[in-house]
Design a protein around this ligand. Structure first.
Ligand code: S3P
Length: 171
């Protein structure tokens, strides 16, 4: 089985959907942000504050090389900017979780832990800038994806089941 790589904007539900996929399949899952936090033994927010974004992007590249070389049969959930690594398509079948910016924002703001979710993501601190970032990234996400799933108005479970069905021919 090839890996499945979930890409998409911050807050679209990559982590929550990954948890549903593992419930309904043989996959185990890992998350690139979690890998980076354990490599560095500090939070993403601290890495951004202390070292800057460029340093963080370098860590994403290191993670990407390791994933390509060493990881198989795994569902890989990624940070919203991870798609920029050069070897993304070599890591596995790429699934893009799509939803309009306003819907993503609504989902975050309605979450019981909304404050925490916003706080831990440095690039969401300015919503105007976040929207511009979303708009600049969406065409790239679409171009890289083997499978595109519109997650708007779907439960995490529904999205997970749709992913498993559509990704079959790529894994
Ligand atoms: C980022 C998304 C975050 C995290 C970092 C940068 C981005 O992950 O990797 O804050 O550039 O979009 P999530 O997509 O899980 O929030």
């Amino acid at each position: 089985m090839k890996n499945i790589v979930l890409i998409g904007f911050m807050g679209v539900g990559k982590g929550s959907i990954a948890r549903e996929i593992i419930k309904h399949s043989e996959y185990i899952s890992i998350d690139t942000d979690d890998l980076i936090e354990s490599m560095e033994n500090r939070k993403i927010k601290t890495i951004f504050e202390k070292e800057g974004e460029e340093y963080f992007r370098k860590l994403e590249k290191d993670v990407a090389s390791w994933l390509e070389k060493s990881v198989r049969n795994t569902l890989i959930s990624t940070g919203g900017g991870f798609y920029k690594v050069k070897n993304l398509k070599k890591i596995g079948a790429v699934v893009y979780l799509d939803s309009p910016f306003e819907e993503i924002l609504k989902r975050i703001q309605e979450h019981p832990n909304a404050h925490k979710k916003l706080k831990k993501r440095p690039l969401l601190s300015d919503l105007e800038k976040a929207k511009t970032l979303y708009e600049s990234r969406r065409p790239d996400y679409l171009a890289l994806a083997d499978v595109v799933i519109d997650v708007t108005n779907k439960s995490y479970e529904e999205s997970a089941k749709e992913i498993l069905k559509k990704v079959k021919k790529y894994v």
